[in-house]
Ligand binder design. Structure first.
Ligand code: MSP
Length: 508
C-alpha cells in the first residue's frame, strides 16, 4: 500500500501558531501509523511563499521578498522539527523545482484550451488571497480575517472552471468518500452544483511569484501556484527519482475548512485540465478556537507552539491537540485545559501506571518478568480487537476516537491494578503465580498501549517500551496484540514520564 499525506503549505507572512501545528500533528500521526502498518509512506509539508502580503511585508522591512522568506523559513521548519514530525520533505514554493513544475502545469492547462484572458474586478481579501462576493462580506469585512478587502481591477488569465462542473459532479457521484467528513463532501458538492465561476490564475504588476510561461509580465495567482506543490514536490524531492508514479494519486490532503473550496473544487479541476489523476481523498478538519475565536495572527490570539513544547514537551502538545477537540469538528481550547489534561491523563493515567507497574516488577519479582499470559485474562479481553479498532478509526481520520479507544485500555489497566492489588498478592507466597500473571498482564498491556500510541506520542512510546525492557523500535502494528511480551529480566522502576509542571506557560 502506498500512502501519501499532505498538510497545506503555510503562509510565511507571520510566525506559526498552534493552528498550523495542528494539521502537521494530525498528518504526522497518520504517516507514522501507516508506517507501523508496513506501508510505503510519503509525508509532505512546507511553506507557501508567493502570497502578495509577503512582498508587502518584505518591502516594509526593506527586504527583497526572497530575503524575507529566507529569514522566516527557520521558524516554520522549527515547528515540524520540534513536534517530531516525520515529514519526508519540506517544500518551499520558491524552490526552483517547484517553479519549473508550476510553469509546466499551467502550460498544460493553457494547451488544453482552458485558459483565456479577461478582466477581473472585485473585493480581494489579502489574507485569504481570494476574491469575495458582496454577499460573503460581513459589515464590509472578510468574515474569516475581520479585515476590509481591497478593490482590485486587473487584466488576468482565467481558468475555465465553469467547463468542469459536469466532470466534478461525476467525480463526486462516483466517489462518495472523495471528501470527508460527509458534511464537507455535501458542502463541496453543493457549491459545485450551484454553478462554478471561472477564476483568475494570474496576477499583474507584481514581480513576486512564478512567471506565467506565455506572458512573463504576470505571475501565477498564489493558489494556482500553491496547490501544485502536492504534485511538484514528487518531481524533485529525491533528486534522480520521480516519485510521481509511486505516490500519485495515492494522496490524502488534510486541511481546515477555510480552504475547502480551493482543494475540493479548484484543485481537482486543475488536475483534470492538466491531465493528471485527481487525489485519492481529502479530509477537512475544523478550526481550533481559542475563547471561541479562530486562532490566527490577524485576530491577535496566537498560541506559540514552540513555547508550549518548551514547557510541556512535544508529546503533550500532540496529545492535547487531538484529545481536546474532536478531529473534524471545531473546538474551543484553553491553556487551562492543557494543564489539566497533562496532569490527569498523561501524568496520572499513563505516567503513574508505568511507574507503579515497573516499581512492582522490580520490588516483587526482582525485576524479572516471566512469560505468563493467561486465557481468561481481563487484560487479554481489554486489548482484544484494539489493533483493528484503532486502524479502522484512523482509516476514517477519526484521530480523536482512535485515541479514546487506546485510552480506554489505559483506564482499564489502572482499574486492573486496583482490582488485582498485586501488593496483596505479594504478601502471600502461595499466590506467586497469580502475582506473576497479574504483573505480566499489566506489563504486556502497557507494551500494547505503547505500540498503539507510538504514532501519537512517539517519545513516550519509546520510553515505555524501553522501561519494560522491550526494543523501542519494535512498533510494528502486529504488536498490538495480547501476550507477545517474552520473559524479561532487569526491569527497574521507571522515572516519571510526565514530571509535574508548576510554572504556568508564558503562552497562557
Ligand atoms: N497557503 C494556504 C494553503 C495553501 S495549500 C496549497 C493557507 N495557508 S495558511 O497559513 O493560512 O494555513 C491554513 C491552514 O493552516 C488551515 O487549512 C489549517 O490546516 C491550518 N490552520 C491554521 N489555523 C488553524 C486553526 N485555528 N485551526 C485549525 N487549523 C488551522 O491557507
Amino acid at each position: 500500500m502506498r500512502y501519501y499525506v499532505t498538510t497545506p503549505i503555510y503562509y510565511v507572512n507571520a510566525t506559526p501558531h498552534i493552528g498550523h501545528a495542528y494539521t502537521t500533528i494530525a498528518a504526522d500521526i497518520l504517516a507514522r501509523h501507516h508506517r507501523q502498518r508496513g506501508e510505503d509512506v510519503f509525508f509532505l509539508t512546507g511553506v507557501d511563499e508567493h502570497a502578495s502580503t509577503v512582498a508587502r511585508i518584505a518591502a516594509e522591512q526593506g527586504l527583497e521578498p526572497k530575503e524575507y522568506a529566507d529569514r522566516i523559513l527557520g521558524a516554520w521548519q522549527e515547528v515540524p522539527h520540534r513536534l517530531n514530525a516525520t515529514n519526508d520533505f519540506f517544500i518551499r514554493t520558491s524552490d526552483d523545482g517547484h517553479k519549473a513544475f508550476v510553469q509546466d502545469f499551467l502550460q498544460r492547462m493553457y494547451d488544453a484550451g482552458d485558459v483565456y484572458q479577461g478582466v477581473y474586478a472585485g473585493w480581494y481579501c489579502v489574507r485569504c488571497e481570494a476574491f469575495k462576493t458582496e454577499a460573503e462580506l460581513v459589515d464590509g469585512k472578510c468574515p474569516v480575517h475581520e479585515i476590509e478587502p481591497e478593490w482590485i481591477e486587473e487584466k488576468n488569465w482565467f481558468f475555465r472552471l465553469s467547463a468542469y462542473q459536469g466532470r466534478l459532479l461525476e467525480l463526486y457521484d462516483e466517489r462518495p468518500d472523495f471528501v470527508l467528513p460527509a458534511f464537507r463532501f455535501n458542502e463541496a458538492r453543493s457549491f459545485i452544483a450551484g454553478g462554478l465561476q471561472d477564476f483568475s490564475i494570474s496576477r499583474a504588476g507584481q514581480p513576486w511569484g512564478v512567471p506565467i510561461p506565455w506572458d512573463r509580465g504576470q505571475v501565477a495567482y498564489v493558489w494556482a501556484d500553491a496547490l501544485v506543490n502536492y504534485l511538484s514536490a514528487l518531481s524533485y524531492a529525491r533528486p534522480g527519482e520521480d516519485l510521481q508514479d509511486r505516490y500519485w494519486p495515492a494522496v490524502r490532503h488534510l486541511m481546515a475548512k477555510d480552504i475547502i473550496r480551493f482543494h475540493c473544487v479548484y484543485w481537482p479541476a486543475m488536475l483534470l485540465s492538466a491531465g493528471y489523476a485527481v487525489p485519492h481523498q481529502l479530509f477537512v478538519h475544523g478550526w481550533l478556537l481559542l475563547d471561541d475565536r479562530k486562532i490566527s495572527k490577524s485576530l491577535g490570539n496566537v498560541v506559540d507552539p514552540l513555547e508550549l513544547i518548551d514547557v510541556y514537551g512535544a508529546d503533550a502538545v500532540r496529545f492535547w491537540s487531538i484529545r481536546a477537540v474532536s478531529f473534524g469538528q471545531d473546538g474551543s481550547v484553553s491553556i487551562e485545559s492543557f494543564q489539566e489534561r497533562y496532569e490527569r491523563e498523561l501524568a496520572n493515567d499513563l505516567g503513574n501506571l508505568l511507574s507503579r507497574v515497573t516499581a512492582m516488577i522490580a520490588r516483587y519479582l526482582d525485576g524479572d518478568l516471566p512469560h505468563r499470559p493467561s486465557d481468561g485474562s481481563a487484560v487479554r479481553a481489554l486489548v482484544d480487537g484494539l489493533g483493528d479498532d484503532v486502524a479502522g478509526r484512523l482509516d476514517q481520520y477519526d484521530l480523536t476516537g482512535a485515541l479514546e479507544r487506546i485510552w480506554e485500555v489505559v483506564r482499564g489497566l489502572n482499574k486492573h491494578v486496583e482490582e488485582r492489588a498485586p501488593w496483596r498478592l505479594a504478601e502471600d507466597a502461595s499466590r506467586r503465580v497469580e502475582l506473576e500473571e497479574t504483573l505480566y498482564d499489566l506489563a504486556d498491556g502497557l507494551r500494547v498501549v505503547a505500540v498503539a500510541l507510538a504514532a501519537y506520542l512517539p517519545e513516550t512510546s519509546a520510553r515505555i517500551l524501553d522501561a519494560l525492557g522491550a526494543d523501542p523500535e519494535e512498533i510494528g502494528w502486529d504488536g498490538v496484540d495480547y501476550g507477545l511480551t517474552p520473559t524479561r529480566t532487569g526491569i527497574a522502576a521507571a522515572s516519571p514520564l510526565f514530571p509535574r509542571i508548576d510554572t504556568p506557560t508564558a503562552a497562557a
